[in-house]
Ligand binder design. Sequence first.
Ligand code: NAP
Length: 268
Amino acid sequence: MEHLTLNTGAKIPLVGLGTWDLRDETCVSLVSEAIRLGYRLIDTAQMYDNEKEVGQGIAQTNVDRDDLFITTKLDSRSNGYKQALEGISRSLDNLNLDYVDLLLVHEPYSNDLAMYEALSEAYHDGKVKAIGISNYNQKRFEQFLKNVDIIPAVNQVECHLQFQKWVLQQKLKEHGTIMQAWSPLSQGKLGFEKQPEFLQLSEKYKKSPAQIVLRFLTQRGISVIPKTRRIECLEENMSIFDFQLLPEEMNLLKSLDKDTTLFSWTEY
Ligand SMILES: NC(=O)c1ccc[n+]([C@@H]2O[C@H](COP(=O)([O-])OP(=O)(O)OC[C@H]3O[C@@H](n4cnc5c(N)ncnc54)[C@H](OP(=O)(O)O)[C@@H]3O)[C@@H](O)[C@H]2O)c1
């Protein structure tokens, strides 16, 4: 597994498992199976209502805690300093962990600065190894930076073929913030696997269309967290480091960018 280095000096895997929508025993077994297969990054959130199951999946494995990278996110229930401190304790309890590797403010909430103060405190206390944000566009990111002492290690945003976010990635990079892509496979909504560009690249590299997309994003230096319920796709989604797209192929995929969200709830 390849990594990026966060502004804390810690390493974040380029590929992790997203867990939105995974529930109950399915979630427990997928998390433990993913770790068994070599995944080290698991992405959850209070909003997904599955932190307990993610924690149970982790507990079923014998990988050293230090080798795992666990992300969670605080949602609107933590929209305030005190509420965020309580939220952090709740997440650690749910996950049954002493610390998380990355804690994000899930969206730009009205009291995000107060929330972030609580995250910063947890960071100094060692309950959280890195802190960051999610769903901040460039304008909000720049405003946010003016008011915080700790530069977010990560901004997790919608990013896939149709919404590639090159400008945001560059802006984040200037400040040492890593971009992480949610819905990197566009939740299967684009049907890209039928596009000739993909069929050609798939054929050339003997890789699935999903692998081509994940390779494209990770080759740009973006961490990805595809979600799957299928064991064969777990394996597939992490097997993207044994080939490299050529510059002209990167440009071809870049040309498919429509700079448009696929999800109406995001505010871009
Ligand atoms: N910060 C945020 O606001 C935010 C928002 C949304 C998501 N997220 C995070 O990002 C993660 C990923 O996003 P997502 O779950 O929305 O969408 P996604 O990962 O882009 O797509 C998931 C879909 O792709 C399918 N899939 C996975 N691997 C595949 C493969 N190799 N070939 C073909 N199809 C494949 C899955 O089907 P199967 O399950 O049937 O394999 C599922 O339908 C989430 O789980 C969550 O952790 C964060």
